[in-house]
Design a protein around this ligand. Sequence first.
Ligand code: MLT
Ligand code: MN
Ligand code: ZN
Length: 303
Amino acid sequence: MRIKVLGSSAGGGLPQINCNCRNCTDARNGNPAVRKRTQSCVAVSADGRHWTLLNAAPDLRQQIEVTPQLWPSPEAGLRASPLTSVILTNADVDHVAGLLSLREAVRFTLYASETVLAALAANPIFAVLDPRHVTRVPLRLERPLPIAGGLTVEAFAVPGKIALYLESSAPGFGTRTGDTIGLRISDPAGGGAFHFIPGCAAIDDPLAARLRGSPLVLFDGTLYTDEEMIVQGLSTKTGQRMGHMAMAGPQGSITAFAALQVKRRIFVHMNNSNPALREHSPERAEVEAAGWEIAWDGMEIEL
Ligand code: MLT
Ligand code: MN
Ligand code: ZN
């Protein structure tokens, strides 16, 4: 199984168009200490011919342009795409806006939870995905489902939050089970499997049990500390308020994973405020000392 990180940043990207924070400034000015990053998207394939997208970022067109594996095969006829499936883990803008770049009669199957499919159905702009070409399939939680190209996907609920633009005054902003899911992607023929969780507010006991011993987890790396956006003057929100657990601290993901015996741990979906994005920073050193990697655009993983 081949996994390709197309975009490793959280919503906004790095640099974010309106941001003069230290990371954005350095990335914009080409300082090698801070790589540029497009928004959150991963592609995976077991056979090298059928590719599945895990989320669809606003930067999808550009991400495909720099990824030859995702170009139409010259033998496939006038119009073709190796993208056969798209799986969404939530309805956030950074994960669904790329669907609009797949409207040129690309034939694929779109998988998401019932609640995320309902959010798409309620928004008429997604009608550009013509049902003659795009089939929408609800992912039932904890029911492994074979998809094109020999992969199997299992969705499971994780602690999280409803998309920002759907927040209401109801408790938990109206969040329901299925608003945020994690995925286990496996290749039954090749034997590989990994977990993909780009948004997660906490690792509760069921999630810890699920992840224990996993060969590979790609996990929510939005923030290094829960209050970093407030401290840097970028926002009034904590990570918890946004549905993201921080990397550091007693409630953070590094601590939560310490006893889970996950063989390879890679952070994805990093916000531009995250100091661990900076090469040679003390925060990067902490992350690496704890056995974690920071994903980058173009990173490839062979399982
Ligand atoms: C998030 O990950 O919290 C969202 O992408 C935020 C947003 O929609 O801007
Ligand atoms: Mn996001
Ligand atoms: Zn910034």
